[in-house]
Design a binder for this molecule. Structure first.
Ligand code: DP6
Length: 361
C-alpha cells in the first residue's frame, strides 16, 4: 500500500437497536473486561424507534482512527472503543472488491485506519440508553467491513467490552447475557432466548420523564455499588439466579403475569441496591414513583398484571403492555395523569416519537 497506489475508500453500514433489561445487569467482577456479577435478560426494541446507525470506512489515505457521533467528532482515546477495534482487527480477513479494484490482505487491516460515523434515531439528550445500541452497532459494522467470520456469540463478547449491555443488542427478541465463569471473559456472552416474532403482542411504551443527562453514569454508579452495597451480593448470588430461570420460563410460555411480576420486582430491587450504595444513588424521581403507583394500582384492581414497568439508570419509565388494547388504555391513563405541557405538545406535533414511544415488538 505505497503512496503511488490508487486511493480508495471501503465502507460498510449497519443498524442496531437498543435493548431494555427486564432482569438487570448491575455490578462488574472485572472492570476492564466488563464481566458482570450476574446474568441478565433483555428485550431488544424495534430498530425503527430507538437505534444507532453506523457507517465505517477504511482507506489508505486516513492517517488515524476517528469517530463522529451525531455529526460531532468525539475522542477515540477511551479504552473501550479501542478494545472493540482491536478485537475486530485481530479477526479481520482478506477483502476483495473487484469492481473497485480493492484487494486487502488480512495483515493490512493492522495498518489501515478507520473513520466511524454513528447516528442515533432518538435524541441523545433524552437520557435513554444509547451506548448499548451504539457499541453493538460499531462492532457489528466493523465486523462487516473487515469481513470477520465470527458468530453472533463471539461478536456479543466483543461488544461487551465496549459496554456491558451492548452485548445483548447483537440479537433481536429476548436475549440473555450469560455472565460466564472464566477469568478471561471467553464465556461471557449473549444468547438469543426467543426471536422478535415469539411474543409480538407486547407493546413497549417509553415515557420520557426527564430529558436531562443522568448525573451518575452506569459505569461509576455500579462501581460504587460493588464497593459499598451489602445488598448487592445477596441480589447477585441468591435472588437473580432463580429469577433468571423463572423469567426464561415466563418468556418461553408467554406468561405475562409472571413476566410482569418479575420485571417490576427486578427493577425495584435494582433501585434498592442503588439506594443501598454509599453515597446513595437516586435514579428515579417523584414522577417515576407516580408512574409506578399508577401501574401498581391498575394491576391490583384488575387482579392480574396488565402492564410491567422497569427503570434503568435514570427516571424514564419503560412500560410493557400485554397487548395493543392495554397499551391504548395505558396511554390514555398516562395522558390523563400527566397532561402534556406546552413544550411536550410542540414535540407531539412534530411527531417526536421519543416523548411517548410506541416500540411495538
Ligand atoms: C441499568 O451497560 O451502560 O441499564 O457496562 O459500564 O457500559 P457499562 O454499563 P451499561 O449498564 C447498563 C445498566 C442498566 C441495566 C441493564 O441494561 O442491564
Amino acid at each position: 500500500m505505497g503512496a503511488t497506489e490508487p486511493q480508495w475508500v471501503l465502507m460498510a453500514t449497519g443498524r442496531s437497536p437498543t435493548n431494555i433489561a427486564v432482569i438487570k445487569y448491575w455490578g462488574k467482577r472485572d472492570e476492564t473486561l466488563i464481566l458482570p456479577v450476574n446474568d441478565s435478560i433483555s428485550v431488544t426494541l424495534d430498530p425503527d424507534h430507538l437505534s444507532a446507525t453506523t457507517t465505517v470506512a477504511a482507506s489508505p489515505s486516513f492517517p488515524s482512527d476517528r469517530m463522529w457521533l451525531n455529526g460531532k467528532e468525539i475522542a477515540l482515546s477511551g479504552g473501550r472503543f479501542q478494545s472493540c477495534l482491536r478485537e475486530i482487527r485481530k479477526r479481520a480477513r482478506d477483502v476483495e472488491d473487484e469492481k473497485k479494484g480493492i484487494k486487502i490482505k488480512k495483515e493490512d487491516w493492522e495498518k489501515l485506519h478507520v473513520h466511524i460515523a454513528s447516528y442515533n434515531n432518538f435524541p441523545t439528550a433524552a437520557g435513554l440508553a444509547s451506548s448499548a445500541a451504539g457499541l453493538a452497532c460499531l462492532v457489528f459494522t466493523l465486523g462487516k467491513l473487515m469481513n470477520v467470520n465470527e458468530d453472533y456469540g463471539e461478536l456479543s463478547s466483543i461488544a461487551r467490552q465496549g459496554s456491558g449491555s451492548a452485548c445483548r443488542s447483537i440479537y433481536g427478541g429476548f436475549v440473555k447475557w450469560c455472565m460466564g465463569k472464566n477469568d478471561d471473559g471467553s464465556d461471557s456472552m449473549a444468547v438469543q432466548l426467543a426471536d422478535e416474532s415469539h411474543w409480538d403482542d407486547l407493546v413497549i411504551i417509553i415515557a420520557v420523564v426527564s430529558s436531562k443527562q443522568k448525573e451518575t453514569s452506569s459505569t461509576s454508579g455500579m462501581r460504587d455499588t460493588v464497593e459499598t452495597s451489602p445488598l448487592l451480593q445477596y441480589r447477585a448470588q441468591t435472588v437473580v439466579p432463580s429469577r433468571i430461570l423463572k423469567m426464561e420460563d415466563a418468556i418461553k410460555n408467554r406468561d405475562f403475569e409472571s413476566f410482569a411480576r418479575l420485571t417490576c420486582a427486578d427493577s425495584n430491587q435494582f433501585h434498592a441496591v442503588c439506594l443501598d450504595t454509599s453515597p446513595p444513588i437516586f435514579y428515579m424521581n417523584d414522577t417515576s414513583h407516580r408512574i409506578i403507583s399508577l401501574v401498581e394500582k391498575w394491576n391490583h384492581s384488575e387482579g392480574t398484571p396488565q402492564v410491567a414497568y422497569t427503570f434503568d439508570a435514570g427516571p424514564n419509565a419503560v412500560l410493557i403492555a400485554r397487548n395493543r388494547k392495554t397499551a391504548t388504555l395505558l396511554l390514555q391513563r398516562l395522558l390523563y395523569t400527566f397532561p402534556p405541557q406546552k413544550n411536550d405538545l410542540d414535540s407531539y406535533m412534530l411527531g417526536d416519537k421519543s416523548i411517548l414511544s410506541d416500540a411495538g415488538l
